[in-house]
Unconditional design. Structure first.
Length: 350
């Protein structure tokens, strides 16, 4: 981190009065040439709006293809996802390796990585992990807020740890080169998974509870545990996890990166912006089902950080990182290279 970056990491922001012409050119070049990875894209919203990520210069989207669905429902979802990729093969390509992501950049296509937000699709048969791995799933989140067969989610008051079944699931994910994702996962389950995992764990889309209190955000202890093993944490743009305001700013989001850097040093932050919108009917169903608690998930609509309200405006994040004095290497890391490094380490075991 250069001298200006060190100042911003201590809470001193660069002036927001405008970016100099040379810095504008630098930001444009950085954004155009960088590998840009959004580490979490909710499937339904992404499928209807992936053009926005293309417009925003994204190289790769990690797309949720299942969460709390059964194995049968998950297979149907994956089948439909393959159909979407096939029908848009001029713009989209499935990626299971980092080399395929880089090739997509060269070919002018958007690489897509399949992710599960939860282990419900595995049901009670850890042998299904290999099936999903062979179908192309490369990231599996252990829980989704609630208790599952694997362990407790982050909204469970009991905070129980990883189950015996969960240990088997982590072992299979390691064997198959699939990333263990701790987003939405309870503290003790996460710590147990980090200890049990032979590969670094990631957190695809979470922020820092020391910056903004939320059960969905990570304690300093957990941040140190994830990054201490080389893991990467994706900054989450969902407003309720950024700050206590209806419309957080870009600087509010960057504050979470600054805090992670202060605990672990640079190189452990990526993007997991989690652009998601739903109607009030679906929201109320999530509340009724206990998937969400209203104290952590206010009702829609949601305003993502000002400046990057939707994925088509991702270049403004690069602009602001340049304006705040981050180096090219640091910016490229946050935009995608930190994810690429950890993905390459984990997926190479597949």
């Amino acid at each position: 981190m250069n001298q200006t970056s060190l100042a911003t990491s201590q809470g001193v922001s660069a002036p927001q009065g405008g970016i100099a012409p040379a810095a504008v050119q630098r930001a444009e070049t950085l954004h155009r040439t960088s590998i840009i990875v959004d580490g979490t894209c909710p499937g339904d919203h992404w499928s209807e709006n992936f053009d926005q990520w293309i417009t925003g210069g994204a190289t790769c989207c990690v797309v949720t293809v299942a969460s709390t669905e059964s194995a049968r429902e998950t297979m149907k979802s994956i089948g439909g996802f393959y159909k979407l990729l096939r029908e848009n093969s001029d713009r989209l390509v499935l990626a299971t390796t980092t080399s395929e992501i880089r090739q997509a950049k060269t070919d002018g296509k958007l690489a897509v990585v399949m992710q599960f937000q939860g282990t419900h699709p595995i049901e009670y048969d850890y042998n299904l992990v290999e099936l999903y791995g062979r179908l192309g799933v490369r990231i599996v989140q252990l829980t989704y807020n609630q208790r599952s067969a694997v362990g407790d989610g982050c909204e469970e008051p009991g905070n129980a740890g990883l189950s015996e079944f969960g240990l088997k699931v982590v072992e299979e994910l390691n064997r198959l080169g699939i990333a263990v994702d701790l987003a939405h996962t309870g503290v003790q389950t996460s710590l147990d998974a980090i200890e049990a995992s032979a590969s670094p764990c990631i957190v695809s889309h979470s922020n820092c509870s020391s910056v903004h209190t939320s059960k969905r955000n990570l304690s300093d202890e957990l941040i140190r545990a994830v990054t201490g093993n080389g893991g990467v944490i994706g900054l989450n743009g969902f407003p309720a996890f950024v700050r206590d305001a209806e419309a957080p700013t870009l600087d509010d989001l960057i504050d979470h990166m600054v805090h992670i850097d202060s605990l672990a040093g640079p190189g452990h932050v990526g993007l997991g912006l989690d652009y998601y919108q739903c109607g009030i009917v679906q929201y109320e169903q999530f509340i009724s089902d206990g998937l969400w608690h209203p104290g952590n998930y206010p009702p829609p609509p949601w305003n993502f950080p000002a400046g990057i309200e939707d994925p088509s405006t991702l270049h403004r994040l690069t602009d602001r990182l340049v304006e705040r004095g981050y180096t090219d290497e640091e910016i490229k890391g946050v935009l995608g290279e930190n994810w690429m490094r950890i993905f390459d380490k984990i997926w190479s075991k597949a």
